[in-house]
Write a new protein. Structure first.
Length: 335
């Protein structure tokens, strides 16, 4: 139940994000000066209207947010409503989207990638142990608490589609963002926690390659690719990605939900559990121009020319980054 009450917020600042029926603004509390994010959800005003969000859907989102508290999940501080909106007062997550942060980096090793994926898994594990499915895991809903730290903390946001999965209660729906939905959503089959694991597979694929596995020219093409499990590890994007990383993705992008990795399976997967000083080693990604400068400084000009020609024709994968082996295993592709 959402109670009508007065807000203790004194000011709302610039709009940060907006969706079909919701906008998020930066706000400040009067008494403490603390800053939060205010999510304004437009209420559906009358039965039969398609404008706004139904009250039961808003109350479900609020109820789920009130049940959860985890370092990798956005926190709900308060909720109130006015004539037109229900307003969720949420933890301020100011680091921006994970993928925007990564796009600014010149390179990303698999070890760095697993550090981010592991945080996503830990947040999802908290949800799944409580039988809560997010159902809308995608890059836009993976934020950073603060990007100006060595390892930014992941925050999962937007629980507008989240549901509590109850034993013996069949739940079906066609919702979510086409690129990231599981086959069971496309085919209107009973849904469960497994749908989130599929989405994590898609996110990991994108994180390591910069490409989207099922994206077609149209929405129907995309959904058709998902239903047919039509994807591949294109050498253009995955020429330097380890087999272990690709196996992790493949085990998540599994049509059979019984064979798809569970959240515990994913957390215990060797690609996630591995440490940089273990038997399984990672590579560091270095801009190609820097590598060639280093090589040229070490080799004679004639030898360098022959080496460079051989290198480009025989070794180098497409792209502007090159992996330099510091340990004996292939590395992640650049974004």
């Amino acid at each position: 139940k959402i109670d009508k009450k007065q807000t203790s917020l004194e000011s709302f600042f610039a709009k940060w994000k907006s969706g079909q029926f919701a906008i998020v603004k930066h706000c400040k509390e009067k008494s403490t000066g603390l800053e939060f994010a205010a999510k304004f959800i437009k209420k559906r005003q009358r039965t039969g209207s398609s404008r706004g969000v139904r009250r039961e859907e808003i109350e479900r989102e609020v109820s789920i947010l009130q049940q959860i508290q985890h370092p990798n999940i956005i926190m709900l501080h308060d909720v109130y409503e006015n004539r037109t909106d229900v307003v969720l007062i949420l933890e301020l997550v100011s680091g921006g989207e994970l993928f925007d942060f990564l796009a600014q980096k010149e390179s990303l090793s698999e070890e760095e990638a697993t550090q981010f994926i592991k945080q996503i898994l830990e947040g999802v594990n908290y949800l799944h142990t409580r039988k809560i499915a997010h159902f809308d895991l995608k890059p836009e809903n993976i934020m950073l608490l603060d990007k100006n730290v060595p390892l930014p903390r992941i925050k999962l946001i937007d629980f507008g589609l989240a549901h509590k999965i109850e034993a013996g209660v069949e739940f079906k729906n066609i919702f979510g963002t086409p690129e990231f939905v599981a086959p069971e959503i496309v085919n209107y089959e009973p849904l469960g926690l497994e749908a989130d694991m599929w989405s994590i597979g898609v996110i990991t694929y994108i994180l390591l390659s910069g490409a989207s596995p099922f994206l077609g020219e149209t929405k129907q093409d995309t959904l058709g690719n998902i239903s047919a499990i039509n994807y591949e590890f294109d050498e253009e994007f995955f020429c330097s990605t380890s087999d272990l990383a690709k196996r992790f993705i493949s085990q998540l992008l599994e049509r059979d939900r019984g064979k798809r990795l569970t959240i515990q399976d994913a957390l215990n997967h060797p690609w996630i559990k591995v440490k940089s000083n273990s038997v399984y080693k990672f590579y560091t990604l270095v801009p190609l121009c820097i590598l060639l400068q280093l090589l040229q400084s070490c080799l004679s000009l004639i030898f360098f020319r022959h080496f460079a020609l051989f290198f480009f024709n025989s070794v180098l994968c497409p792209g502007w980054l090159l992996t330099v082996s510091i340990n004996p295993l292939r590395a992640a592709s650049p974004l």
